[in-house]
Design a protein around this ligand. Structure first.
Ligand SMILES: [Zn+2]
Ligand SMILES: [Zn+2]
Ligand SMILES: [Zn+2]
Ligand SMILES: [Zn+2]
Ligand SMILES: [Zn+2]
Ligand SMILES: [Zn+2]
Ligand SMILES: [Zn+2]
Length: 1752
């Protein structure tokens, strides 16, 4: 610590007093004291106000230092009785470290839980412990902590297996737990006890102190001044913005200060915003209160005396000190626990710990945090005191919860949040249930807080206020506590536990009774409901309780006595509910098919009905449990069902199911969406286990105890269908009677629903207890049916399956037996596919299918069957047998009422004219018949010889119908239907049914008669099958032939078309090669030797000019590209880029003054141009763009919608492909050139120098002429043929000229980020620069993608490069001629010294490729004045050679590493090159001397040179190819060894590059010397860290760790760089440079161009020229940003084992880096496609447009 510095800040008057202070003496005085508390208080009273809170600006550093010296040191001296450092070290030696890890989690830190071994999901490990644990190899879950809570390593109750990590593994010898106090002297214990009680009491007194101007007795300051603080407290009501605004007004601070105040208030819970006398502070307070009291309650503000604040500050410090001290010794920790829990003078619940807890909601956040932390490190770390604390906590539970409900802070800041630390420990939870009756306490407290009831005492959430809603949300945390208590089911029961659990269950049943029948609905007829009723609250409650209800059942199931008692209690509760229910319902008698039953008159469609029946459902659950334990058989008298008859049991669940059916049938449309939503949730996977599923179970339970005919009649009656089926001639009447179409439609749906319900009652046997199945069978079946719909990803399946209280579906245990996993590719995700053998388990009427699921599954399964060449029947699957308690349910299938209904529906279907039946009705009937037949078959198969099978469905369906007499039998009807033409779809299933009937009859005959030889039925079946097969085969063959015929016809047509249009095809191929450069475009191979792309010998198109014709995408007209024709343009996107930057620290240039003529070799900022390659007429484009503009203006006026593109900035979407564009590039024809004898380099340089001189003089003259000066300059005579007065003819049409200006201005505007100004001299420079930069970037991309230089680029990029290069050479025609000439003169001067040009850059500060491109492209402005026959080609070659030599020098000076390898001998040609390069290097060395290292190996040098210059040569080849339109040699179309030679030939270079130098030594020697003696040269060479060496490596995105949790860990220790040590809420990693940022937060907002932007946006401007890609670590999400307004999210490169990403980290599966996907993201970046990607994402998803990206 910087002690010297802090000392200086202490007021000098105090200094002397402080310096004289001796902690040792003070402690000694205390040891003698009679009244120690008084002494200590006096000390504190004297010093605390002198240290803390001395002015407006607190200085925590110096305060802490002084507090350490003056306050803590004497305490430590007293405690130890000696030098504290010695004493504490001794304590530490005797310390027995806790076996609990107890690491307290920071916000965002990764936590791990084992899905196999954790007792519950709240059991977590810190990263260190996890890595040293066995769970690393298990299925684990990873999440980020919300802060608070600690590592459970070492807690044996938290883990079923492996409770210790390597570090916390207990030492066997230490395991004998002795009293930690045994090692301490009695003296020491007494002293510790004394000092801990005083300090803890002091801290508690101060933190719970509520007077603003006074202090507790004994702490009054010796002198008190008029110094106050205006203290602002946090609340969760006011927003950041409100607080900031108010503070600016009230205390007159800047916005920045206000933001800082608000941030601190939010973090610490309070902050002083003003210091001064009372008046001054009071004034601020009143302004704040006034300003914030309008809509809500005002912000809490207090004016507090400075001494009060000072003592509170030290109280916090003191608690932290206690926490620190007890870390040295478990003994001290125990003493602190004792002190804390010791009863105070007020008796029960008056200990200091109690006092703190009970004042919790009154304290500010910071104080709460500190003491919660202390509790965690003391009470919760000591096993003995954890128990005692838990008891106190339970005793105070009701009060604490009530306080919390009223408190407005989040739960994480409440003491109630500690419940998880105690309640989830099974032994503690059990102890609290038995000793403190915790279960009952929690439930009672909960019920007490929900006061809104209707007349029957049920909850009523209708019309409850926002405040009640808030309270309701808070009360829900009690359910969480109850869940913790119940989460581990007891393995052993004591009588006490039974008693208390059942008492708790009583309370719970009281709660459920308040829910039974709540929110009833009545069908709305006539008019629509006026207001949607409130329904969410009730469902929230149901959802929250779902797991509790399930856990209650689990507890009951673990002990038979409890189960029976619970069952009785539940029955009583239900009876109690019913007593109020059945009033006014009159009894009636129903008769049908010779049976009759008594029931009540009740219509769902007319009376009240409720979806909430938790009591009935709990009973259903318990009933099924009883079935499993078989207690029902041993003690039938234990089931007192007499009170409630089975019809009463099923009544309410049945009503609920009928309600659903009626809603489906559209009868409840006028009741609005609230009802639809409720029905949805009733079936939804989150609720159905304790709603829909249990209602069905209750129906099954009831029906199993009833005569099936009676059951069905009641069902018919509740469905309001009884009258249809009970009438004597129902088979006829149904058709005729109902004329009302709506009613008919409704009834049809209701019949369908009812038939479905019957199927479910009989067929749903997969819950263990109902059917004879394992628990896993139910789950397997769910999965099979999900996968029957389609293959699914792991997360989709998880979502479709119910989770238990541990958030587990158990899927992993069974999935492999029913599905196989298919891995994902670079996109998409891994999928599970159903194993083919499981398809036969498919049940079309699976009870958890929605209608949509059902039809999708049906379609998929039929398709599958057809693919396998089977018939398309989807018969019901074989079912497991029922448990005995439910066995009678199968009789429903063969009872008279059902047979009557089946017959009726079949009869309706037979009548061809009877329209009032539906196919799905028939389908269901057929399914039911199939189920019955399967049942019979199974019973026959499993029956023993002597056991007669009573289930005889086949017999019953063969009998004719009874009423009216002599109607055909069901079987006869089926046979009729088989041939009905209108039932084609159902043929297969009917055939299947008839076959089954035959089979069963055969089986019966076989069992009845003696064992017969091979059943004839079997034979018959066989032949039927064969016949089917043959038929199918024939059909398939016919289909194949038909397909083939069609294909043949099509290809014939194609051929014909091509023949007819042969000319057209050839023509277009020829034209193509002008715009695209593929290998086709150079014809005979004999030309290959002549393929040179630059210089007088370059290849020229033979035989006249080549025409280039293109088509406009907007008007579809064709147009030839000519300089005097109408302009054609390419849509293009220009952007600034730092993708190739080698120096991200270089500050951005000042756009106004920056001179871009020379690009630095670090390429830190470039301008990239890309294009989608779509061509338009310029006028078509202009019209299109104007239309877009006009539309946007209208749109913006109407409503402020954002678009994915910014029209005001010239952005638009390509009309064809919607690619983001911001300008257009004109297409230009190739320039014509001629060739004659040309001068050599030296002569040419001479001529050019003369030309330059002449120009220079002319420019000077012009300048002085405008300045009015007359100066006589020595005119040098112009070289021959060079005419200054010549005005070059502009070869371009006006529309092309206009487009030249358009693109130039756009490049200038975007590249420099300035306002457009077509006159600016930098316009042409920016265009040349963009051409060079784009070529360089493409060259890198080709290397990175390992693609050959030519032939692999998509056309669009080729077109773009050609246009860029040709545009570059034409753009001087629309610029000021002398400006371009000046640029040229300056450019050339960088290589050829020119005394008239000043400040030429040093060779090492110039990127040579940029120089080459600019020289070549600017030269035309000089050449146009020449008529002497000098050729542009010659000039290009000379420039190229000059720049190449300069680059060689650059490379030799910067890029030759010290040799590491031995000199290697090579012979022949290489030898010569090595000598040449050595010689050349030594020439450089003579110029520069010791700045260059010694080099002896020519081999090494030459190798370096070749590697370093290659990118430059490749770039040059691309450039000249596109500029001059020269075809490319085949060697460059493939990767391989011949590249160097091919490049050199193509570029007209000797393959020994040094030859260039030696050929023109006379000219070059002085030039090289000049370069080396440039004043900047030595400076550059002496700072090697900034030197750029060649070849420049391609930039990569940062390396990411393989395991995602490493990133989370890294982010969790990252603190906000601005608010001193605070955790960042949204740590975000820049993938380009690896910087971690504090995103999406006020603290790190900065101002950028006059707007507030978040850390990410600000960073993009420094790091990526406005474009950025980030990884949001907490979200596991890639963020793409462009500019201030554009952004989108992108899938992260991390996948779980199931091949899925986890955006938002919700699932918590371990995530691993997928390198392919990361490479894909990197490619996006390298290709400059980020902005384009964002554009596409925003077009696809409009909600992305509305996000405030700039604040991220
Ligand atoms: Zn740990
Ligand atoms: Zn550990
Ligand atoms: Zn494990
Ligand atoms: Zn057009
Ligand atoms: Zn396009
Ligand atoms: Zn960065
Ligand atoms: Zn920050």
């Amino acid at each position: 610590m910087a002690a010297a510095e802090t000392d200086r800040e202490v007021p000098s008057a105090l200094c002397s007093e402080f310096l004289q202070f001796s902690a040792k003496d003070t402690a000694a005085k205390w040891l003698q004291a009679n009244d120690l508390p008084k002494e200590v208080y006096q000390h504190l009273a004297r010093y605390v106000p002198k240290i803390y809170c001395l002015g407006p600006n607190l200085n925590p550093q110096s305060e802490d230092l002084l507090a350490q010296l003056l306050l803590q040191a004497p305490l430590e001296w007293y405690l130890c009785g000696e030098e504290p450092s010695t004493g504490l070290a001794k304590l530490e030696q005797n310390n027995q470290p806790s076996q609990l890890c107890g690491h307290v989690f920071k916000v965002g830190e990764p936590t791990y839980s084992c899905r196999e071994c954790a007792a519950d999901p709240t059991c977590v490990l810190c990263m260190q412990c996890f890595l040293g644990s066995v769970h690393k190899e298990h299925r684990y879950r990873m999440t980020t902590s919300g802060g608070g809570g600690f590592c459970d390593c070492g807690d044996t109750e938290a883990w079923k297996k492996g409770p210790y990590c390597q570090k916390h593994e207990p030492n066997i010898s230490d395991s004998l737990q002795e009293d930690p106090l045994a090692n301490l002297s009695a003296d020491m214990i007494a002293r510790t006890y004394n000092i801990f009680s005083i300090i803890l009491k002091y801290a508690v007194d101060m933190l719970t102190w509520d007077k603003e101007d006074e202090l507790p007795q004994g702490l009054e300051p010796p002198e008190r001044g008029d110094t106050y603080y205006c203290m602002l407290f946090n609340d969760e009501v006011h927003t950041y913005e409100q607080v900031i605004y108010t503070l600016q007004k009230a205390v007159n601070c800047t916005q920045k200060e206000a933001v800082s105040f608000a941030t601190t208030v939010d973090r610490d819970g309070r902050k002083s915003v003003r210091f001064g006398d009372f008046q001054f502070c009071e004034q601020a307070k009143s302004v704040i209160v006034r300003n914030t009291s309008r809509q809500t309650k005002p912000l809490r503000v207090q004016v507090m005396h400075s001494s009060v604040v000072a003592h509170q500050c030290f109280a916090l410090k003191a608690l932290a000190w206690l926490g620190h001290i007890i870390r040295y010794s478990d003994a001290l920790r125990r003493i602190l626990c004792q002190v804390g829990l010791q009863k105070g003078p007020e008796g029960e619940n008056s200990s200091l710990v109690d006092t703190l807890m009970l004042c919790d909601s009154k304290m500010w956040k910071g104080a709460r945090n500190v003491y919660h932390q202390l509790f965690m490190s003391s009470l919760l770390m000591d096993l003995k005191y954890k128990k005692l604390f838990a008891i106190q906590f339970a005793k105070n539970y009701e009060r604490l919860q009530s306080d919390y409900v009223k408190d407005d802070h989040d739960r994480e800041f409440s003491i109630t949040d500690l419940s998880v630390q105690m309640f989830t420990v099974p032994s503690l939870a059990r102890m609290l249930i038995t000793e403190e009756n915790l279960m009952t306490t929690i439930i009672r407290t909960f019920v007490d807080h929900l006061r809104h009831r209707d007349l029957q005492g049920r909850f009523q959430f209708e019309r409850y206020t926002a405040q009640q809603a808030f309270k309701f949300r808070r009360v829900q945390s009690l359910i969480g506590d109850l869940k913790y208590v119940l989460i581990s089911c007891p393995t052993e029961w004591t009588d006490k536990l039974r008693e208390k659990f059942l008492e708790g269950l009583d309370g719970f049943l009281e709660l459920l009774k308040c829910m039974q029948g709540m929110d009833p609905v009545v069908r709305q007829v006539g008019q629509h409901i006026e207001m949607e009723p409130e329904w969410e609250a009730a469902f929230t409650l149901q959802m929250k309780l779902t797991h509790i209800i399930s856990m209650m059942q689990e507890w009951c199931a673990s002990d038979e006595r409890v189960l029976i008692e619970a069952y009785k209690k539940c029955l009583t509760a239900l009876t109690h509910c019913h007593s109020g229910f059945t009033d006014g319902e009159q009894p009636i008698t129903l008769s049908m098919c010779g049976h009759s039953v008594d029931t009540i008159r009740y219509c769902v469609s007319q009376e009240k009905v409720s979806i909430h029946l938790p009591v009935s459902r709990l009973l259903a659950g318990l009933h099924v449990l009883l079935s499993k334990t078989e207690v029902a058989y041993r003690f039938p008298e234990q089931l007192p069902l007499s009170e409630l008859s089975p019809p009463m049991l099923i009544e309410h669940p049945l009503r609920c199911l009928v309600l659903c059916a009626q809603v489906h049938a559209g009868m409840w449309r006028r009741n609005g969406f609230s009802l639809v939503n409720q029905i949805y949730y009733y079936h939804n996977v989150k609720c159905r286990v304790e709603m829909f599923d249990k209602d069905l179970m209750m129906l099954q339970a009831g029906a199993s105890m009833m005569d099936p005919n009676h059951f069905l009649m009641i069902v018919l009656s509740r469905f309001e269908l009884f009258h249809i089926f009970s009438s004597a001639d129902c088979r006829k009447r149904y058709n005729r009677e109902n004329a009302n179409k709506d009613v008919v439609q409704q009834n049809s749906t209701l019949i369908e629903e009812m038939l479905h319900l019957i199927m479910m009652v009989v067929g749903e046997r997969f819950a263990s207890g109902i059917g004879q199945v394992e628990n896993s069978d139910e789950l397997k079946r769910e999965i099979v049916h999900q996968l029957c719909i389609r293959p699914m990803a792991h997360s989709e399946l998880v979502k479709a399956l119910p989770e238990n209280e541990n958030k587990e579906t158990g899927m992993e245990r069974v999935i492999d037996s029913v599905a196989s996993f298919k891995k994902p590719g670079v996109t998409g995700r891994g999928l599970y596919e159903l194993r083919p053998e499981c398809a036969k388990q498919f049940n079309l009427y699976f009870y958890h299918y929605s209608r949509a699921d059902q039809s999708k599954a049906e379609e998929a399964q039929r398709k599958l069957k057809r693919q396998n060449g089977e018939d398309s029947a989807l018969p019901p699957p074989a079912l497991p047998p029922f448990c005995p308690l439910f066995a009678s349910l199968v009789n429903i299938l063969q009872c008279d009422v059902l047979l009557g209904m089946l017959g009726a529906v079949l009869q309706w279907a037979v009548e061809p004219s009877g329209g009032h039946w539906s196919e799905s009705m028939l389908q269901r009937v057929l399914h039911l018949i199939g189920m019955a037949l399967l049942e019979e078959q199974q019973q026959l198969e499993s029956s023993c010889e002597d056991n007669e099978v009573t289930f005889n469905f086949t017999l019953k369906i063969s009998r004719p119908g009874e009423a009216p007499s002599n109607t055909p039998s069901v079987l006869a009807l089926l046979e009729t239907l088989q041939n009905a033409p209108h039932l084609e779809v159902h043929k297969d299933i009917i055939r299947w049914i008839l076959k089954m009937v035959v089979n069963i009859k055969t089986m019966r005959e076989r069992t009845a008669a003696a064992p017969s030889p091979e059943g004839s039925g079997h034979c018959q079946e066989e032949t039927v099958r064969d016949k089917d097969k043959a038929e199918r085969k024939r059909k398939a063959e016919m289909a194949r032939l038909r397909r083939e015929k069609i294909m043949a016809q099509m290809s014939e047509m194609q051929r014909h078309f091509i023949n007819e249009n042969k000319e057209l095809f050839q023509q277009s191929l020829e034209e193509l090669d002008a715009s695209t450069s593929t290998s086709q475009d150079h014809s005979p191979s004999s030309w290959d030797s002549a393929l040179v792309c630059v210089g007088p010998r370059r290849w020229r198109a033979g035989g006249g000019e080549r025409r280039q014709v293109v088509t406009c995408i907007l008007c579809q007209e064709e147009q030839e590209i000519r300089s005097d024709g109408r302009a054609m343009v390419l849509a293009a996107f220009v952007q600034r880029s730092t993708v190739m930057s080698k120096n991200r620290r270089r500050p951005p240039h000042n756009p106004e003054s920056y001179d871009p003529l020379f690009m630095h070799p670090d390429l830190s900022f470039g301008t990239h141009t890309g294009s989608c390659g779509h061509i338009m007429h310029s006028h078509c484009w202009q019209r299109y763009f104007e239309a877009v503009q006009a539309k946007e203006q209208r749109r913006q006026q109407r409503l402020r919608v954002h678009t994915s593109y910014d029209v005001e900035n010239g952005e638009f979407l390509c009309p064809l492909c919607e690619c983001l564009s911001n300008t257009v590039i004109p297409l230009l024809p190739l320039a014509k050139t001629s060739c004659s004898e040309q001068p050599g380099l030296s002569q040419w340089l001479n001529t050019t120098s003369q030309q330059i001189k002449t120009l220079h003089a002319a420019h000077r003259k012009a300048k002085s002429a405008t300045a009015g000066e007359t100066q006589t300059l020595e005119d040098s005579p112009p070289p021959e043929g060079f005419r200054l007065d010549h005005t070059p003819v502009n070869p371009y049409s006006s529309s092309i000229k206009e487009m030249l200006t358009t693109f130039g201005t756009a490049t200038y505007k975007v590249g420099l980020k300035v306002h457009p100004n077509e006159q600016d001299p930098r316009v042409p420079i920016m265009c040349w620069g963009s051409c060079a930069y784009t070529i360089q970037s493409i060259e890198r991309l080709l290397v990175d993608e390992e693609k050959p230089l030519f032939g692999s680029l998509p056309c669009r990029q080729d077109d773009c490069l050609s246009s860029l290069a040709r545009f570059g050479s034409a753009c001087w025609t629309v610029s000021c001629l002398s400006t371009v000439q000046t640029h040229f003169i300056r450019l050339l001067a960088a290589l050829v010294p020119n005394p008239q040009v000043e400040n030429s850059p040093c060779l090492l500060d110039v990127d040579m490729f940029h120089l080459l491109v600019s020289l070549v492209l600017s030269y035309s402005a000089v050449h146009c004045l020449d008529s002497s026959g000098l050729s542009v080609d010659a000039a290009q070659l000379h420039f190229f050679h000059l720049v190449t030599v300069a680059h060689l020098v650059q490379i030799l000076l910067t890029s030759v590493p010290v040799e590491l390898t031995m000199d290697q001998e090579s012979g022949g040609v290489e030898r010569e090159e090595e000598e040449g390069v050595c010689l050349f290097y030594n020439i450089l060395k003579t110029h520069l001397g010791s700045s260059l290292p010694e080099m002896s190996s020519g081999w090494h040098l030459w190798r370096c040179v070749k590697a370093s210059i290659l990118p430059y040569l490749r770039g040059a080849a691309l450039f000249f190819h596109h500029l001059n339109g020269v075809p490319t040699p085949p060697e460059l179309h493939a990767l391989g060894a011949g590249e160097w030679e091919a490049l050199c030939t193509y570029l007209c270079l000797p393959s020994n590059l040094l030859q260039l130098y030696y050929n023109y030594q006379d000219v070059l020697k002085p030039l090289v010397k000049g370069w080396c003696s440039h004043p900047g040269m030595r400076q550059c060479l002496q700072s090697p860290e900034t030197l750029i060496s060649f070849p420049r490596e391609s930039n990569k995105l940062i390396e990411l760790p393989e395991d995602y949790s490493a990133l989370i860990n890294q982010a969790s220790s990252f603190t906000c760089p601005k608010s001193g040590g605070d955790k960042s809420r949204a740590p975000t990693l820049c993938l380009v440079c690896g910087t971690m940022l504090c995103s999406q937060s006020y603290c790190c907002q900065t101002e950028l161009e006059g707007e507030d932007v978040g850390a990410c946006t600000a960073h993009t401007f420094a790091c990526g020229a406005g474009v950025g890609l980030f990884l949001r670590v907490r979200e596991s999400q890639v963020l793409l940003l462009a500019g201030k307004t554009k952004g989108c999210f992108y899938a992260p490169p991390y996948l779980d084992d199931y091949g899925e990403t986890d955006q938002g980290l919700r699932r918590g599966n371990p995530l691993h880096l997928c390198r392919e996907r990361y490479r894909k993201i990197q490619k996006l970046w390298r290709q400059h496609s980020i902005t384009e990607e964002i554009g596409h994402a925003q077009e696809a998803n409009q909600t992305l447009v509305g996000i405030d990206w700039q604040h991220l």
